[in-house]
Design a protein around this ligand. Structure first.
Ligand code: BGC
Length: 440
């Protein structure tokens, strides 16, 4: 495999900077019949939910092929691997044994295991509308930490509670498929509470390197008109600040706390448990303006006409096969913006996901995407943001939720008929880039 695209050497990152790749359980593991069902299994079984009609029953069959995948990680030369622990699998007899084997294999290969305790595959019998799910999540965290804590040092509580709330409960595009719009807000609160309780459970088990993977992207107002600026600000509250202010400032953005159930003030004390680092998943900025009074098709979603904002097409940038604009400089803007907003309350940042979907094994566009984003990350470092790591989404092509297998985010191609793995040009490029970092 040849990485044809001759990019200039990447700038040098500080010693100890953590390079990694990410995946999630439901998207790669398969072996669905060897675990309890999750909300994603039920959602996938509903006709029309998954665009290509596929399921994650086999996915990449990582559950059975993990030694091969760990060898790919070792060959790539990453320091760390972010994967997720399937809560329904942990609840199944022998389920934790799989993560035991995976963690052993990673340690033997010299790759640090970085598990996420929840990446959207909620056990079918649970529901984030119920406050009790937060307490159950803390139990789950304790069980996993007790089993893996001797070898796992770096932990992630939740993946993207914002997307799980928005797509799964407000818009119904993801499992569990509810379309509650603003009535989905308790789902956000219960996940944040779950996060805080899990931080406490992990600390009680001796963990001292805990973060979260929150999705963030700059919101750009469609114009300077007051209506557009106000609409963009509202969108930014819902998708960004609703999930970072409680964690980092111990309060909800104005107007949100009143909409939430329970004793929010006392919950906020739990939610704001200090973190050792703050994980950011970055994909794209969003342009937002005043409502236009019509349904909008955006990124595969149908947004209702009566929202107090409208999402606009961001023109003038290259787009990925998913139609997402490629805007590396927005990553610098995002990180500098987080530092400005949160100051000393912002712990060191780790980019826990960044990547793109493109077809093909000779994926020169992915190389250009990653090259641009790593440079943008370095510019944030130069501007004083304490960034400690960067994880590419994803190690390999996988089940891209409601899109099925149609979107390929991997550094490694997966043939879904034979399950054969083939490293793409981007894998070769990243391996060379990491070697060059290590040499300096
Ligand atoms: C999620 C991943 C997903 C990726 C690409 C993130 O929102 O954490 O599970 O595959 O984006 O859509």
């Amino acid at each position: 495999m040849i990485a044809r695209m001759a990019t200039n050497p990447l700038p040098q990152f500080p010693p100890g900077f953590l390079w990694g790749v990410s995946t999630s359980a439901h998207q790669i593991e398969g072996a669905a019949d060897e675990r309890d069902p999750s909300v994603w299994d039920a959602f996938t079984a509903e006709p029309g939910r998954i665009k290509d009609g596929s399921t994650a029953e086999v996915a990449c069959d990582h559950y059975h092929r993990y030694p091969e995948d760990v060898a790919l990680l070792a060959g790539l030369g990453v320091d760390a691997y972010r994967f997720s622990v399937s809560w329904p699998r942990v609840n199944s007899p022998g389920g934790l044994d799989f993560y035991d084997r995976l963690v052993d294999e990673l340690c033997a290969a010299g790759v640090r295991p970085v598990p996420t305790l929840f990446h959207w595959d909620l056990p079918l019998e649970l529901d984030w509308l119920s406050r009790d799910t937060a307490a159950r999540f803390a139990d789950h965290a304790a069980v996993v930490a007790e089993r893996l804590g001797d070898r796992v040092k770096k932990w992630i509580t939740l993946n993207e509670p914002a997307e799980h709330t928005l797509l799964g409960h407000a818009l119904g595009a993801h499992a569990p498929g509810r379309r509650l719009l603003f009535d989905a807000l308790p789902v956000a609160h219960h996940q944040l509470l779950a996060h805080g309780l899990a931080v406490r459970a992990l600390r009680a088990a001796g963990a001292d390197d805990i973060g979260i993977a929150n999705s963030h992207g700059p919101t750009w107002a469609a114009s300077r008109r007051t209506e557009d600026v106000e609409a963009a600000d509202f969108y930014d509250v819902l998708l960004n600040r609703l999930f970072s202010d409680p964690l980092l400032l111990g309060r909800y953005p104005e107007g949100i706390g009143e909409l939430l159930p329970g004793d929010v003030e006392s919950d906020l004390k739990v939610i704001a448990e200090p973190l050792d680092w703050y994980g950011v998943n970055y994909y794209q900025p969003t342009k937002v303006g005043a409502p236009e009074g019509a349904e909008i098709e955006f990124s595969g979603l149908t947004l209702p006409a009566d929202l107090p904002f409208s999402v606009r097409e961001l023109e003038g940038y290259p787009v990925t096969d998913f139609g997402w604009p490629v805007v590396p400089e927005a990553l610098t803007e995002l990180l500098v913006g987080l530092r400005e907003r949160y100051g000393d309350r912002l712990p060191p940042v780790v980019i826990t996901e960044n990547g793109c979907s493109y077809e093909g094994i000779d994926d020169q566009e992915r190389i250009a995407f990653l090259d641009g984003h790593v440079r943008a990350l370095h510019r944030a470092l130069e501007q004083g943001v304490d960034v400690r790591g960067y994880f590419v989404w994803s190690l390999m092509d996988n089940f891209e939720w409601a899109e099925g297998y149609a979107r390929r985010f991997g550094l490694v191609h997966v043939d879904y008929d034979t399950l054969e793995r083939t490293p793409k040009a981007s894998y070769t490029w990243l391996r060379a880039a990491l070697r060059a970092q290590a040499r300096r």
